[in-house]
Design a protein around this ligand. Sequence first.
Ligand code: IMP
Length: 430
Amino acid sequence: MSATCVIGLQWGDEAKGKIVDWLTQDHDVIIRYNGGSNAGHTVVKEQKTYKFSLVPTGILWPNRVAVLGCGVVIHPKALIQEIDSLKSNGCNPGSSLKISDRAHVIFPYHFQEEQLAEQASSRGQQEAIGTTLRGIGPCYADKVGRRHAIRLGELANPQRFHDRLVEIVEFKNRYIQAVWPESQALNPEAIFEEYCDYFSTIEPYVTDTTALLHQLWDSGKNFLFEGAQGSLLDIDHGTYPYVTSSNSSVGGIASGTGIPERNIDECIGIIKAYTTRVGGGPFPTELHDSTGDLIRKTGKEFGTVTGRPRRCGWFDAVAARYTTKLNGVDALSVMLLDVLSELDELKICTAYEYEGNRIEQFPGSIDVLEKCTPVYQTLPGWRKDIQDIRTLTDLPSEARRYLDTITACLETPLKLVSVGPDRKQTIPIV
Ligand code: IMP
């Protein structure tokens, strides 16, 4: 038995889905441990494009177990829509999908709270976080607060679920209307009916995944942990407060699945060959020019979940070095290298300048990060289509030099290079 984890080392959207799909060939159990339907993973298989938000991408392979662990937050409607869309694309989750009965449930008041808070902060002093508006933050806030949270397994007891839900919705209505008097009160009975319906659809998938994972581990199965978002969005280690509300780095695995971290043999860090970010918050290497526009257009850098244009910039080795260490990354997968093929020259940020000093450490405070300017190393571009290349040695020398510079900055070897969206467009490093 072995366990591998796939972790994004930037601000999410590193194309982790493709690598998880690639690695699934050697794994039996694929597990999501954090986030919810704020995530978006795209997998292209045999010319068909599959969009994932909650369901682990491993579901596309036969005889695999796909698990949503206890650290995930579930919006049942979004989950059902995703299952239906997979079914209509010829992929039936059947008995492969398992969802933790400890996972917390997202309710309509979570969406309401988030929308109102984001609108209010964009009018106030603090910039809006720019969340995906999927109810993620308010649901995790209730989980930590404990009084107003409901776990998926509780829906199996309708009477108790009803009584708790009514109490919570009445509280939320009072709270939301006190802060935002113009908001609409929610009807607890309607929500109860709606969620009982959802539960009848998803109940067959709901189980004690912690116990199941322990059994599967003891029977010698290979595990693959699929991180959602990127480490710079981690609630503790990211660019707080412009982060998501869960531990998207390796730290989230033990708490979000019940499998101890010491069981993990290999941590694969996923990086794009450049950097992107959606939502607010500092981004030292952001490009506000035609190069940024070209990367956005070539890389189709628009959010999978929200469709928002992503902010694009040069590869930030200071940030990626920090997250490489944070996660104990053993090997790197560099994604979307082909997107840079049209550029004459490329830049890699190797340090920051802060108040006249050169710093190589990623700052813990966004007040400092906001004032950092990048120090760049400039490299020649390769100006050739590389999408059909399948070995490292066949890559143009400029592309190899670019990859060598990244691995040297991150002091970590390469495992894979991706030169296109299809499974086949992958260069394994042997
Ligand atoms: P939330 O997770 O919806 O609360 O959003 C918090 C921040 O994380 C926002 O900047 C989002 O754009 C960002 N974010 C959340 N999920 C993803 C993702 O899967 N990819 C990239 N950014 C994300």
